[in-house]
Design a protein around this ligand. Structure first.
Ligand SMILES: Cc1ncc(COP(=O)(O)O)c(C=O)c1O
Length: 318
C-alpha cells in the first residue's frame, strides 16, 4: 500500500485534476450503482455532507438512537447545517422499517419539523457490527420513493456487510439516495471515505466539501491507498469475520451473535478491563461503563486472536 501511494499519479483535486482520485471516485460510484462519487477525508464528513444533500436547514433526519451520525459526530448536523435530528430506539441497532416510517413527519404540515430523510447504518457499529436485513432496507426504500423522503446510508462498514451476506455492494447502494463508505475501516487505508449519489448531488457535495475545508490538493496518494485497499483487502474481510467468531467462542460468548468483525462483551467493568488489557498490549474499545467492543481487522492475525483470548479471558471471567 505504501508503495502504491508513493507511485500514485497526482494532480490538484480541487480543480478536479487528480487522476487517481478521479479513478477512485468512478470506481466506487460504479461499485455502489450510483452515478457519481466524491472522495472525502472522513466518514463523518461523508455522512454530514450526504445528509445535507437530502435535508434542508430546519428539516429533520430520522435515525436510530445509537446511530453514529447522532452519537459520534458531535452534533455536526445541527452545529454546521441547521439540520434537526430525531431518534428512535431500536432493538440493538437492527433496522425496523415500519418503526421508523411510523415516526415520519410530513412536509405539508406547517406545525411540524418535516422529516426530509432517514439515516440507516450498515453494518451497525454500536449494534455490534450487525448487518441490516435486506428486506427491511428494501421496505424502507420502496416506501420512501412515493413518500418523498430520502434515505442516507452510513455505510462506513458496508464492505463488511456485503462480504458477510455475499451480496454485491450495488445491492445495498441502490437502496439509498446518498451513501458514505469508509476505506479507512476494515479495508485498512490510512485515510478516506467516499460519498456516492447522483451526479447532480455530487456536484453540490463538492461545494460543501470545499466549504468545510475538505478540498484536498495532491491527495492522489491517499486515493491510491484506497484503490490498493479495494484490490487487496476486500475479500479478506471474511477472515476478520471468522476471527471475530472465533474470539467470541473462545471467550465463552455466543459466536452466532457475531455477524461481522465486532464482538460485544457485556456486563464487565469496562474501564478496568480495558486498562488491564492495554497494559498487556491488547486494545479494546469501551462502549459504556459495562460494555466493551472488540474489533478484528487486517492487523489482527490468528496469533493476535490467541493473544487476545489469553489476556481477556481471565479479565472478563464471571
Ligand atoms: C458507523 C460509522 N460511521 C461513520 C464513522 C466515521 O468515520 P470517521 O472516523 O472516518 O469520521 C464511523 C467511525 O468509526 C463509524 O463507525
Amino acid at each position: 500500500m505504501r508503495r502504491a501511494m508513493a507511485e500514485a499519479e497526482v494532480g490538484d483535486d480541487v480543480y478536479g485534476e487528480d487522476p487517481t482520485i478521479t479513478a477512485l471516485e468512478e470506481r466506487v460510484a460504479h461499485l455502489f450503482g450510483h452515478e457519481a462519487a466524491l472522495f472525502v477525508p472522513s466518514g463523518t464528513m461523508g455522512n454530514q455532507i450526504g445528509m445535507r444533500l437530502v435535508c434542508e436547514p430546519g428539516q429533520e433526519v430520522l435515525a436510530d438512537a445509537d446511530a453514529h451520525v447522532v452519537t459520534y459526530e458531535m452534533g455536526a448536523a445541527a452545529a454546521i447545517f441547521g439540520i434537526s435530528t430525531r431518534t428512535v430506539v431500536s432493538q440493538g441497532g437492527r433496522l425496523d422499517a415500519e418503526q421508523l416510517i411510523a415516526q415520519v413527519r410530513p412536509k405539508t404540515d406547517w406545525h411540524l419539523t418535516a422529516t426530509a430523510a432517514i439515516a440507516v447504518e450498515n453494518t451497525h457499529n454500536r449494534g455490534g457490527g450487525i448487518v441490516q436485513p435486506l428486506d427491511e432496507l428494501q421496505k424502507l426504500w420502496d416506501w420512501s420513493r412515493p413518500a418523498g423522503v430520502a434515505v442516507h446510508l452510513d455505510g462506513a462498514r458496508l464492505f463488511n456487510a456485503a462480504v458477510a451476506t455475499g451480496k454485491d455492494l450495488a445491492t445495498y447502494g441502490r437502496l439509498a439516495d446518498t451513501a458514505s463508505v469508509c476505506l479507512s475501516k476494515g479495508l485498512g487505508a490510512p485515510v478516506g471515505s467516499v460519498l456516492v449519489a447522483s451526479a447532480e448531488r455530487i456536484a453540490q457535495a463538492r461545494l460543501w466539501r470545499k466549504r468545510l475545508g475538505g478540498g484536498m490538493r495532491q491527495a492522489g496518494v491517499l486515493a491510491a491507498a484506497g484503490m490498493y485497499a479495494l484490490d487487496q483487502h476486500y475479500d479478506r474481510l471474511a477472515e476478520d469475520h471468522e476471527h471475530a467468531r472465533l474470539l467470541a467462542d473462545r471467550l465463552g460468548l455466543d459466536p452466532s451473535a457475531v455477524e461481522t468483525n465486532i464482538v460485544v462483551v457485556d456486563g464487565v467493568n469496562a474501564p478496568m478491563v480495558a486498562e488491564a488489557a492495554k497494559a498487556q498490549g491488547v486494545l479494546v474499545g469501551q462502549v459504556g461503563a459495562t460494555r466493551l467492543r472488540l474489533v478484528t481487522h487486517l492487523d489482527v492475525d490468528r496469533a493476535g486472536v490467541d493473544r487476545a483470548v489469553e489476556v481477556l479471558g481471565p479479565l472478563i471471567a464471571r
